[in-house]
Design a protein around this ligand. Sequence first.
Ligand code: C2O
Ligand code: CU
Ligand code: CU
Length: 539
Amino acid sequence: MSEATDLSRRRLLQYLGLTAVATAVVPEWLFAADEQGSQERSGQSEPDIEVGITAQPAESPILPGRPTKVWKFSGELVKGPPGTVKDIPDSYLGPILRLRQGQKVRIRFRNKLPEPCVIHQHGLHVPEEADGHPRHQIGSGQTAVYEFTVLDRAGTYWFHPHTHHRTAEQAYYGLAGLILVTDTEEQSLDLPHDEHDIPLVIQDRSFDDHNQLRYIGHMHDRFRGFLGDRVLVNGKPDFVLPVATRVYRLRILNGSNSRIYKLAWSDGSPLTVIGTDGGLLESPEVRNYLMLAPGERVDLWVDFRGRKLGDEITLRSAAFSGVMPMMGMGGGMMGGGGAGMMGRGMRGGMMGRMGAALPHGAEYPILTARIVREERDQLVLPRRLSQIQRYRPQDAANAQKPKSIHLSMRAMSPRLNGRSFELTRVAEEEIIPLNTMQLLEFVNRDHRAHEMMMAHPMHIHGQQFQVLKREMAPGFERHYSSVSQGFVDNGWKDTVLVMPGEKVTILKRFDHYTGLYLYHCHNLEHEDLDMMRNFLVQA
Ligand code: C2O
Ligand code: CU
Ligand code: CU
């Protein structure tokens, strides 16, 4: 081992808060990537978990009749406890990977698609070589190895392609899977587990008359983002969840390309949130509805006790407005309309082509829970779920000078601070010193083109962040009031919805790894339209 590596190893240990005693546990592994730099390396440090993941064309039974051609991640456990890789039966979705904090993981990726691909571990903080940057995409027929230690806390994470200009379409055709991480903090709690801990991936899709997926061609649709006309849950339409009269943990991922959901129960029952993107909240929060933008996750405690056999309760998306651009509408009303604008001249226009059966912001069902069994359980909702160390703005390296990221949509080109994605380039203000906390703000206030403003779910790779505050410009309140009670900002986040007129300030640390880490809009069509940039984390 070279002296330089030794130095960076010691520094890394400091960041991890580990003492020299821990040397044997983590560092060999963490530095395996740095030392060789090659994608294929041979066992100088054995992983705890080794998984093979293949991306390939497949067929999936989605609608009655003919199966649908999809692209699918299939998984295979090479090393690790049984149950680490679990398929969702009959679904185009990839396997569920169950990991534990501290584990060393090796993923061998085989690309059997007819085009390049790369896997990104969304929400996990991993070395840049394992983060799925488009510059690391591999060609058809090639393989790659991603190695990382699970640093993140218990939570619901996911993996999906991050291929240059092809992320949206590859995800749309089925390439996505879940990563469920557990840790000792979570395991000290008495939460529903095993078959009572249910991941639910919500995605919208469109089909042609032959049951085949239909994506978008028209530039306008791309600009706004894909909107399907059917909602699928775990790859199935009209999803029914059979449940017993007991408590469940439902982990919901919005895996849609651009559709935002306003989750609410049909009978008006409130939703009890126990976790968000980066795992458990400190304590449960109760809401009448929850906004869930593409990329975001929410973890619910759902109590079906006291319900009767045969009862049904529907999780729906409730009506809201203000997320879509107003273009072509003439001035006046700021912030864009959702369901409301359907009656205002949009029918023959952009919204007419696709998604018309399911306008963004309309009300529609997502899934139905049906009580099929009586059961007794004594679970008590823990008042305290986890410990979250609160970041303080004064601890940010740039406390006096937040880094502003202005979102804009001019000339059919969604941008960040006026810039488009450049594979490896970074601007001066995108260089971030390693081991610092940064104050960042997403500003969705392009007043010079306000009719183009729309909601953008902004995502940052690397460590999870904390939302410090949301500030709304005057003039947007009417639409904003239909969504504003649905944000759960108190826990760890990697994706945050920024509404038109809004400025969202966050605190994020950049520890452990140097290199290029992406930040982008998780409206996947926007991502592919280059609404993405690099941060360069530098020692
Ligand atoms: Cu889930 Cu860079 O994305
Ligand atoms: Cu990500
Ligand atoms: Cu966007």
